[in-house]
Design a protein around this ligand. Structure first.
Ligand SMILES: Nc1ncnc2c1ncn2[C@@H]1O[C@H](COP(=O)(O)OP(=O)(O)O)[C@@H](O)[C@H]1O
Ligand SMILES: [Mg+2]
Length: 265
C-alpha cells in the first residue's frame, strides 16, 4: 500500500507568493488499485504525483511505501519504486539517444549499471518483442534516434519504458493530453492492457472525464489542493460521464479554477 498522511505542500514559503498547493491530503492506495485523478488547472494534480516521486519536498505529513517511510527520500532513491510517464512525449525519453538506448536506460532504472551492459543481445531481443506488440513497426527502428519518432510513437515507448523495471506504483500525468484523439485512444488502450497484464498499481491524472471512468477502478477529484471526491466500487460503476462532468463543473465553478476538460476523448 502507498500512503500519504496529511501531506501539505507549500510553494514559495515565507515570501509574498506563498501558496498552499496541497492541504492535508491523506490518501491510501491499495496494491492493484488503479486510480484516476481529475481536477481543474492548478488544482495540485501534478504536485500530488511529484510528492509520490519525490520531486517535491513536502512541508508537513508523511509518505509510506508499504511500511517504509520515504518522506525524506529524494527522487533518485525512489526510482526503483515509482515509474512515471509525462504529458510531453519529449520529456520521458531522450531524443538524441536511439530507441534501444532509451529502452536500455529504462530497463536499469534505479540500478547502477552501464548502458553497454543493458544493451546485451538478450535485452535487445526482449526490446524487439516489446516493440513488435505495439504494431507500429518500431522494432525495425531500434537504432534510430528516438527524436525522429512521432509524439504517439514516443509516448508508446515512454509507457513501455516506464514498466520495464519493477515498481510499486506507476504515475501517469495527462500522458495523452498532447496527442490527437486517435493516438490518445491508442495510448489509453495500451495503458489499460499493460496495467492488466502487469497487475500494476497506478495513479493516472487525466483531463478527460471519459478516461477517468474508462480506466481503473477508483476516481478522485482534486480541487485547490484537496481531495473533494473519491469514488470506487458500485458507486463508481453507476457514475456516467455526465454525472462526473456536472460534479466537476460545480466544484470548478466554486473555485474559479480553469476548466480544461475534454468530453468523449
Ligand atoms: N515549482 C512551483 N513553484 C511555485 N508554484 C508552483 C510550482 N509548481 C506548481 N505551482 C503552483 O501550484 C499549483 C498546482 O500546480 P499543479 O500541481 O501543477 O496543478 P495541476 O497539475 O493540477 O494543473 C498551481 O497554482 C501552480 O501554479
Ligand atoms: Mg498538471
Amino acid at each position: 500500500m502507498i500512503r500519504l498522511e496529511k501531506v501539505r505542500v507549500l510553494f514559495n514559503q515565507g515570501t509574498a507568493l506563498e501558496k498552499v498547493v496541497l492541504k492535508n491530503v491523506s490518501l491510501a492506495i491499495e496494491e492493484g488499485e488503479v486510480v484516476t485523478v481529475i481536477g481543474g488547472n492548478g488544482a495540485g494534480k501534478s504536485t500530488l504525483l511529484n510528492v509520490l516521486t519525490g520531486d517535491i519536498n513536502i512541508s508537513q505529513g508523511r509518505i509510506f511505501f508499504e511500511k517504509t517511510d520515504v518522506t525524506r527520500w529524494p527522487a533518485e532513491k525512489r526510482a526503483s519504486m515509482v515509474a512515471r510517464v509525462f504529458q510531453d512525449p519529449l520529456v520521458g525519453t531522450c531524443g538524441s539517444l536511439t530507441v534501444e538506448e532509451n529502452l536500455a536506460l529504462a530497463f536499469y532504472r534505479g540500478k547502477n549499471l552501464g548502458l553497454g551492459f543493458a544493451l546485451s543481445l538478450e535485452n535487445r531481443k526482449a526490446f524487439v518483442t516489446f516493440l513488435e506488440r505495439l504494431n507500429l513497426g518500431l522494432e525495425k527502428r531500434l537504432k534510430d534516434p528516438i527524436g525522429l519518432l512521432s509524439g504517439g510513437q514516443r509516448q508508446a515507448i515512454s509507457l513501455i519504458m516506464a514498466v520495464l523495471a519493477p515498481m510499486q506504483i506507476l504515475v501517469l500525468d495527462e500522458h495523452t493530453a498532447a496527442l490527437d484523439p486517435r493516438t490518445a485512444a491508442f495510448i489509453i488502450q495500451l495503458t489499460r492492457n499493460i496495467i492488466l497484464e502487469k497487475n500494476l498499481t497506478v495513479l493516472m491524472v487525466t483531463h478527460s472525464m471519459h478516461q477517468a471512468l474508462e480506466v481503473g477502478n477508483r476516481t478522485l477529484m482534486l480541487t485547490e489542493g484537496e481531495i473533494v471526491f473519491d469514488v470506487k466500487g458500485r458507486e463508481r460503476s453507476k457514475l456516467k460521464e455526465d454525472d462526473l462532468l456536472r460534479l466537476f463543473k460545480e466544484v470548478v465553478h466554486k473555485t474559479g479554477e480553469e476548466d480544461e476538460i475534454l468530453l468523449n476523448s
